[in-house]
Design a protein around this ligand. Structure first.
Ligand SMILES: Nc1ncnc2c1ncn2[C@@H]1O[C@H](COP(=O)(O)OP(=O)(O)OP(=O)(O)O)[C@@H](O)[C@H]1O
Ligand SMILES: [Mg+2]
Length: 631
């Protein structure tokens, strides 16, 4: 069983601990749901942004279509188609030109190439697209643009292209067949930028295929344009990452085209899901990272871009409030636990103090100290218990008083018939009263006399014990010589000792006078001597009565070489009716009152009694008596 104090403190701790866990759990759950909603709104933001990008791209495509219808384009394309159709061996010409194109180094621009870069249409392309700066973004939106005739060869270009003939390219064929081809984001070495390649079918006024317009849309600039429409918090960081992990856009300064596929969260981004979010426990900051692949995009659906939106957790107002709330909760809970422990200790201390008092009361009642009272602060159950114990003490006290009075009365009544018995037996012994008795009659009378004396002693003891118990023993003090009572004791037991062949002597160094109750001291010595006589062995027993003065006391002792008394029995010998060894009781006789009476008398006379005893060696009982006023 736990001690009350430990149990109380544990209960306090458990309750507050549970409270703390619950509070922190609810805050964490709240935080999770906030993250959930921030994550979802971030995904919507990504979706919105993608739509705007798509919108911007669509406008650019429309611009391209519009441009393909202009006279300058139409005339140039139709003119080229006409010239090519008139060539005798068109394919040879194209192959020849293609070979020449490829035979030079990347940087070299041949006169033929230059003619395609600097013709009238090329000028127009640059002016309208590549070099036409959007004042809002600082970019043109196009990094490259060129046109082919219906046979797939370049007729005008904004800058040098890698090939002369383009009809072997998929995008060219797709544009020719479908009217448009939008390619995946690719890195354009010459423009040093990510671009979306777009091919547009050029048709004449009858809608017939006449050529292809190819434009490279700069990803960065179109996103910049889209950004103008997008509303997001300054603390929100928007990144766009290609499927391979190239960072192509960020709202914060970034290294263009940086490969971020080695960043730990990229695995999560690639998990194939449409979107999600997670908390990135960075070295310096904690971020809520939302990733999303916008769906339902027709124009830029090909791109497979991943939108990565990051919020520093501390920046999102309510999220940081939750964090502060959690920290505060931990702090408050710790304080509460501290207070609970202190309260628990105080509470349990008062609780166990009250129990201690009740235990003390119970012990005192056990010792028959019925008048002991305790004062409990508690007016509840413990207070009730204490009150009931007080009442019980009073009842026990009354019961004991009644019993004592009853025993005293009975003992007294028992003594009354003894007096005539003793008178009759002594009369019987006197031949002058009832005549001469024969041998047998004399023995019978002696038997009656002996037992009457034993009975008288027993009743006397009972009465004495009772008197002492009730505090009614009277002492009659006088001046007398201690040497005398010692001699008298030895003398009175001489005959019995001779019968048992044991030795009894008294020892004193000086004559001592004392002012006390001689009869009662003799009674004490009497009791001690009778005990010793009973417990020393026949023939070898030695009993010594000794007295000496020490300061204001006389120390008496009765020493024997008897069987001794076990340690555990020694303390109890001075209580009434206690006998150390009940198996010997019958041989030794007695009632167990002797030592209790001795203690009552000695203490009543102002002294102390104790004993020293070793089993097998003997017993030495000491008592002191103050020498008294006559000294
Ligand atoms: N000198 C002793 N040696 C060994 N045991 C002793 C001695 N004195 C007392 N005792 C033990 O102590 C017990 C109590 O002694 P006490 O004198 O109080 O009662 P009692 O002798 O049994 O009976 P009573 O004295 O009332 O006739 C004895 O029964 C005995 O067991
Ligand atoms: Mg005795």
């Amino acid at each position: 069983m736990l001690r009350i104090r430990t149990a109380v403190i544990l209960v306090f701790l458990l309750t507050t601990g549970l409270f703390m866990v619950m509070a922190i759990y609810s805050v964490t759950a709240g935080q999770d749901s906030i993250q959930q909603s921030v994550g979802q709104s971030s995904q919507l933001l990504a979706q919105d942004m993608a739509k705007f990008i798509e919108f911007v791209v669509s406008i650019k495509i429309d611009d391209l279509f519009d441009y393909s219808k202009t006279d300058i384009v139409q005339n140039a394309v139709l003119k080229s188609n006409q010239e090519f159709s008139e060539l005798e061996d068109m394919q040879d010409y194209i192959t020849q030109q293609e070979d020449d194109w490829k035979s030079v180094s990347e940087e070299t621009i041949t006169p033929f190439m230059q003619s395609l870069i600097s013709n009238e249409l090329s000028e127009d392309i640059r002016n309208n697209f590549v070099e036409k700066i959007n004042p809002k973004t600082g970019h043109s939106g196009f990094s490259e643009l060129f046109l082919t005739n219906e046979y797939g060869v370049i007729i005008s270009q904004s800058g040098k292209t890698t090939d002369y003939r383009q009809d072997d390219e998929d995008w060219w064929q797709k544009a020719k067949v479908d009217g448009i081809s939008i390619g995946k984001t690719e890195y354009d070495e010459s423009a040093k930028a990510d671009v979306i390649p777009i091919g547009i079918k050029i048709t004449d006024e009858n809608g017939d295929f006449v050529g292809v317009l190819k434009a490279a849309l700069s990803v960065r600039s179109i996103i910049r344009e889209a950004e103008i429409f997008t509303q997001y918090d300054v603390t929100t960081q928007v990144n766009i990452v290609t499927e391979e992990g190239r960072l192509i856009y960020s709202t914060t300064p970034f290294r263009f085209n940086e490969n971020i596929s080695d960043q730990p969260f990229f695995d999560k981004l690639q998990s194939g899901q449409q979107g999600g979010f997670f908390v990135d426990e960075g070295e310096f900051k904690k971020e809520l990272v939302t990733y999303s692949r916008p769906s339902n995009l027709q124009v830029i659906g090909e791109q497979d871009w991943i939108f990565v939106i990051k919020h520093q957790i501390g920046d999102v107002g309510i999220m940081s409030e939750m964090l502060t709330l959690r920290d505060n909760l931990i702090l408050v809970s710790t304080v509460i636990i501290g207070i609970a422990v202190v309260l628990g200790i105080l509470f349990s201390r008062s609780f166990s103090n009250q129990f201690k008092k009740i235990t003390y009361l119970a012990k005192e009642i056990g010792k028959e100290h019925f008048d002991v009272k305790i004062n409990l602060e508690d007016k509840g159950e413990l207070g009730h218990l204490a009150k009931n114990m007080h009442d019980m003490g009073t009842s026990l006290k009354n019961a004991k008083k009644s019993k004592d009075e009853f025993v005293a009365m009975i003992s007294h009544e028992l003594k009354t018939p003894l007096t005539p018995i003793k008178i009759y037996t002594s009369a019987l012994k006197n031949p002058k009263v009832y005549g001469e008795l024969n041998q047998k009659q004399t023995e019978a009378v002696q038997g009656i006399n002996f037992n009457a004396q034993r009975l008288e002693k027993l009743i006397e003891d009972l009465l004495d014990a009772q008197r002492l118990e009730m505090g009614r023993m009277m002492f009659k003090k006088d001046k007398f010589s201690v040497n005398e009572i010692l001699d008298e004791s030895v003398k009175s037991y001489q005959i019995i000792c001779e019968e048992k062949n044991i030795e009894i002597t008294s020892k004193m160094n000086e004559e001592i006078f004392i002012y006390s109750d001689k009869k009662r001291i003799q009674q004490v010595l009497d009791n001690l001597c009778r005990n010793s006589i009973d417990f020393v062995p026949k023939n070898t027993g030695i009993i010594t009565i000794f007295a000496e003065r020490k300061n204001d006391d006389v120390i008496f002792s009765v020493k024997d070489n008897g069987r001794g008394i076990l340690k555990q029995a020694q303390e109890k010998l001075f209580t009434r009716f206690y006998q150390a060894d009940t198996s010997l009781t019958r041989r030794h006789g007695g009632t167990g009152l002797g030592l209790a009476i001795c203690k009552g008398i000695v203490e009543g006379l102002g002294g102390k009694i104790w004993l020293e005893s070793t089993v097998g060696k003997g017993t030495n009982v000491y008592f002191t008596i103050p020498v008294g006023k006559s000294q």
